[in-house]
Design a protein around this ligand. Structure first.
Ligand SMILES: [Fe+2]
Length: 192
């Protein structure tokens, strides 16, 4: 499949057109998968995707107290979500329990903190990075991280997430502890 795509992109004059994915084309691509796409594919598709605020209008909604997850599509192999965060909203520290995922910032500023885990030492801080609108960050297996809209950002955050396979029960962690808990993202309020 990728060979075919690359061949198309190498045709003079069509490179720019083929290098761009609309939101609708991205959804169609995800829905047509017959196996979980690789993290490299997720990163590449999100990089190609040109997604406007209007594209996301059905999936934008905020609530107080916690970020809000809005599902765009899901099948056995892959899912896409739009997350809406007020300043100060953040995920638990978690891994994806066998899934990998890629995130593209649509609006606002995303802080991603990365952690290490050792059975004896427990969970430890490793690094933090900031992603601005248009930037992409990916989480491989078994990366442990925390995502959030920093309190000091002063603005809402909208992010686009693709996970393969779709997320199930996640593992959550606490700094300085070796205890791993389970966490099921709340799907009860998904709009789609
Ligand atoms: Fe995550």
């Amino acid at each position: 499949m990728s060979t075919h795509l690359e061949a198309e992109e190498n045709i003079s004059g069509t490179q720019r057109r083929n290098a761009t994915l609309s939101f609708r084309e991205l959804i169609e691509r995800l829905e047509s998968q017959s196996a979980p796409p690789t993290l490299e594919q997720l990163n590449a598709w999100l990089a190609q995707a040109e997604i406007s605020r209007e594209d996301l209008s059905s999936y934008i909604g905020f609530k107080e107290g916690n970020y809000w997850r809005h599902r765009v599509c899901r099948n056995r192999f892959v899912e896409m979500l739009v997350l809406c965060w007020r300043p100060g909203h953040k995920t638990p520290i978690h891994d994806h329990n066998g899934s990998h995922g890629a995130v593209k910032v649509s609006e606002g500023v995303l802080w991603e903190t990365i952690f290490t885990y050792d059975q004896d030492q427990g969970l430890g801080y490793r690094s933090v990075r900031e992603c601005q609108a248009g930037e992409i960050t990916g989480a491989d297996v078994p990366d442990i991280h925390q995502l959030g809209n920093p309190e000091v950002s002063g603005q809402d955050l909208i992010t686009i997430h693709i996970y393969a396979p779709p997320l199930g029960v996640l593992n959550t962690y606490k700094v300085g502890s070796s205890v791993i808990d389970l966490y099921t993202p709340d799907d009860s309020e998904l709009l789609a």
